[in-house]
Design a protein around this ligand. Sequence first.
Ligand code: FAD
Ligand code: DLZ
Ligand code: SF4
Length: 507
Amino acid sequence: MVRLILVLGDQLSHDLTALRAAEPGDVVVMAEVADEAGYVQHHPKKIALVFSAMRHFAEELREAGRDLLYTRSDDPGNAGSIMSELIRRAEETGAGEVIATRPGEWRLIAALEDGPLKVTLLPDDRFVCSLEEFDAWAEGRKELRMEWFYREMRRKTGLMMDGDKPAGGKWNYDHDNRKRAEPDMFRAKPMQFTPDDITQEVLDVVEARFGDNFGELHPFWFGVTRRQALRALDHFVKYSLPGFGDVQDAMLRDDRFLNHSLLSIYLNLGLLGPLEVCERVEKAWQAGGVPINAAEGFIRQIIGWREFVRGVYFREGPDYAQRNALNHQRKLPALYWGGETNMACLRAAVDQTREEAYAHHIQRLMVTGNFALLAGVNPAEVHEWYLAVYADAFEWVEAPNTVGMSQFADGGVVGSKPYVSSGNYINKMSDYCVGCSHDVKARTGPKACPFNPLYWHFLNRHRDRFAKNPRMANIYRTWERMKAVEQSRILKEAEAILDRLSTEEVV
Ligand code: FAD
Ligand code: DLZ
Ligand code: SF4
């Protein structure tokens, strides 16, 4: 009997387990559906990326001789969800079973498992670490720490290893990766691609259907095929990797990408695999010209953080994205959707997000994430925002980064302490403060940088939870050393900022 082979929009890999399981007579199903395009208000660039990459992948499958049924978003018969499309295609073909690779989101896993069709879910083996292996590593540990997991992955893959020792003698060169960046007009930009006819058609559809979503659709220059993704990888390794480490945490107003790779979009769609990317980077380092802190730092992000957060997402279970350990309830301020703000750093991060569907890690973590956490925004709303606005956002990777790393809403599963800072950190790592109407050095007063009082307000209101954390003891000692009158002035001014956020006044 015919079987349907489901390929989702972020499963665009020719070696996908579901495609490997296909037998002659089976029919591949791909569908652009309203449910997937609408579970959050995705950035138009993200929808265009996914649809165009899906259409190009479908072409490649057809050229390879696969039997394929593809539903476009504007097809009149479009049933609107993955499950209803599968039911429609099963009726059309007489198929009795669906073979799928396990989706990267609990919501979709439940939809497939709870539907009326017989669905076989195969493991997604496009990762370095299987979920079983992650569970075995995590089992019995008091706490999960990325660094220990990462070392296991280095040993497993042999990447940058000298026998059983890390190359260069150290596992982690992060210490060298915290420099400020200077503007440099010769710094390379990520590889950009001109839309072909398929992409152009998608752009028209997205403009018509999703043009009102937050985000600029044009210019659209993401790659949408594996071939383009490989070119983007080559370009990154040649031009940006050598400087990747040094300024990894830096932010510049007029340089949105610095030496970042923008490879997450290709990795997360399945156009590139994590190992091939890391092996390419290792080779460039071995050939000379790429410093060890750049190569190690980059590889750590992929076989360390990326694999670690995926393990956490699936180990923690379907309720993970709804956790709220700090009981934060504030509505997400309008400035996240482009509302007015006087805070130059937030304005820069949000403007860039609207225009590019991209921000790099420190912008996500220490600007938009930090502010939401200090302001006590409901993490479910923060999670929805990140899932919507970034082209690389799929729940398995976005939720642990947002709910866990950035908002501490999982109570410390991903990180051992909250990522919070005053304006001082942003000033140290960026040039945003120079052009800001707030004064980063002022803790209180009408011009004080809002990060400053909010930082102490956060620490004070969560003292019971964090004061005993050895990594935060020094900060609490600084707070205790302040005069009571200074403390109460800070807290009062923080309350005033929070009130302004509640009444949607500009901060
Ligand atoms: P580079 O700086 O060039 O890093 C190289 C690669 O390492 C990335 O392509 C990515 O695949 C991987 N990587 C780096 N950091 C992480 C991390 N913390 N978790 C997983 N992979 C990592 N990443 C996503 O892929 N999708 C998301 O939806 C996402 N949401 C995030 C939300 C928040 C609040 C935060 C703090 C981080 C989030 N990240 C997410 C992680 C990280 O910010 C992005 O992977 C990175 O900015 C992607 O840009 P890049 O490819 O230029 O990365
Ligand atoms: C993100 C996305 C979008 C916007 N649209 C589709 C779609 O129409 N069809 C599809 O198969 N997948 C889409 N995706 C990706 C899915 O949402 C993704 O597979 C799940 O979130 C699991 O990671
Ligand atoms: Fe951001 Fe404060 Fe600096 Fe302004 S002064 S850019 S609000 S950190």
